[in-house]
Structure formats: structure tokens, C-alpha cells
Design a protein around this ligand. Sequence first.
Ligand code: 9YT
Length: 143
Amino acid sequence: MIVRLIDDIKDTDREVFAENGNWVSRRILLQKDGMGFSFHETIIFANTETMIWYKNHLEAVFCVEGEGEIESLEDERVYQIRPGTMYALNNNDRHLLRAHSMDMRLVCVFNPALTGEEVHGQDGSYPAPEEMEQGCSTVEEKY
Ligand code: 9YT
């Protein structure tokens, strides 16, 4: 059994800050934990907008704190996010994620699991697991 405290992840290599300062993500479970998915707590900082495209991963996100919105760049629909809201990027949807006046605390699951080594590519995506094995480019997207 794996038991972990979020406080034990802070200030370790499982805690990653976005280069543009928009978010911090704590990778509670990664590929190496062997669960078949990864599990994250992500804080989206207040009054930010982040463009994201997980073209190689499916992600489900559950809001536990804060308020914001997600705009699908596939059809321009905007959905409000508040505690209790879940969104699932079942079509690898490109999107804009906005936090309103307070930080948004989100719990996220990725399939396939993130290894923790990914950085956003030029198009906002993370590389596929096969590309990671081949040694992918590590250019951070500044969105
Ligand atoms: C909200 C969201 O998309 N979180 C994703 C987790 C984060 N990009 C990470 O851990 O890399």
C-alpha cells in the first residue's frame, strides 16, 4: 500500500511550478508507482489564464476549492468551475483554464500516467509515453 501526505510532497521533485507562474502541481502518484494512472493536486493561481492541450493523455479534473472556468478551444464553449465540478478531457480537448479571484485547487487523474519528466511542448501538450522513451524535446511552452 502507498500512503502519502501532500505536505511530504511539497519541496520535493514531485512538486512542479509552471514556468509562467500560473500553477503548481503536486504529483501524488506517477507512472513509477504502478497504478496505471497518475494522480495530482494542482493549484491554479488566482487571476491567471493557461492554455493546455494534453493531446497524448486523457485527464479528469475535480475542483475542491476556488472558482474559475474552462473554455474549450474545440467549440469555444465556456464552463464554470466551482467546488464539486468535474471536467474530463475525453477528446484530448485543447482548452483555456482560468482561475477567478482566488486560487483553484484541483485534483487530477491522467491516463496514461505521467512519468513526472514531461514538460509542455511548443503546442502546449505533453509527449506520449513512447516519445518519452525515445528521449523527447524538453522545450517548455510559455503560454
Ligand atoms: C489542472 C491540470 O491540468 N493539471 C495537470 C497537472 C499538471 N499539468 C502536472 O502535474 O504536470
